[in-house]
Design a protein around this ligand. Structure first.
Ligand code: ZN
Length: 218
């Protein structure tokens, strides 16, 4: 056993890997951060296709995990989520993409939270898929209420004209993967896409970790 492997094993013993969904300890020697039980319980989505891709349904199991990533500083979850997205992406027929962009958080809000969860996921996804991460070119210029805090009717106006592309030259003619954590009404992603299109983007594919089902009002 190599020194590296020994140290890794000791660290795994002291800081065991936990499932990102149920937080149960995952046995030593098991790969990944999803336990077998959760892997069976998750409602993976298979009916989707470009230009809208999702990994799983936003339900009780997945919701609490995403909430911990967002509000409980579980930023290490981003890597596991990015791996799940990459696995999905590699399984399907898809276009060639030039870059990955995240739906951005308002700058002050990111500073307060310390990170932007969609950015973390997008970065890790970019590393795994080896597709360039287009950093801080699409920005949020207004702070808005979270979409979950406004009525369905107000969601479109809530995000209207809140995004801006700073350097259109880097967007022109590009095929872009637009990443966010949750797809609900699509208003936020649509608004980002509108800006990217105006900057000359070619194809844009929405890629979110979770998708709410129509009956949920989240
Ligand atoms: Zn689990």
């Amino acid at each position: 056993m190599s020194m590296y492997k020994i140290i890794e094993t000791i660290l795994r013993f002291i800081y065991p890997s936990r499932c990102v969904f149920c937080e149960e300890i995952i046995a030593l020697g098991k790969e990944g951060h999803i336990c077998r039980y959760c892997d069976m319980e998750i409602n993976y989505i298979s009916y989707d296709k470009e230009p809208k891709l999702y990994v799983f349904e936003y339900d009780d199991i997945t919701r609490f995990s995403i909430l911990r990533l967002k509000y409980s500083n579980k930023r290490q979850y981003a890597k596991t989520f990015a791996k799940m997205m990459a696995k999905k992406f590699e399984m399907i027929e898809h276009l060639e993409y030039d870059c990955i962009i995240n739906v951005p958080m308002y700058k002050k809000k990111k500073k307060k939270r310390g990170y932007d969860q969609a950015e973390l996921i997008a970065r890790d996804l970019s590393d795994i898929l080896n597709i360039e991460f287009e950093k801080e070119n699409l920005v949020r210029i207004k702070n808005t209420l979270p979409q979950s805090k406004v009525s369905f009717e107000q969601r479109q106006t809530n995000v209207k004209n809140v995004f801006k592309v700073l350097d259109p030259d880097r967007i022109e003619g590009k095929n872009i993967i637009l990443v966010d954590d949750i797809y609900t009404t699509g208003n936020t992603l649509n608004e980002c896409a509108k800006e990217l299109k105006q900057a000359g983007a070619n194809n844009i594919c929405y890629f979110t970790l979770a998708k709410t089902s129509k009956k949920q009002n989240l």
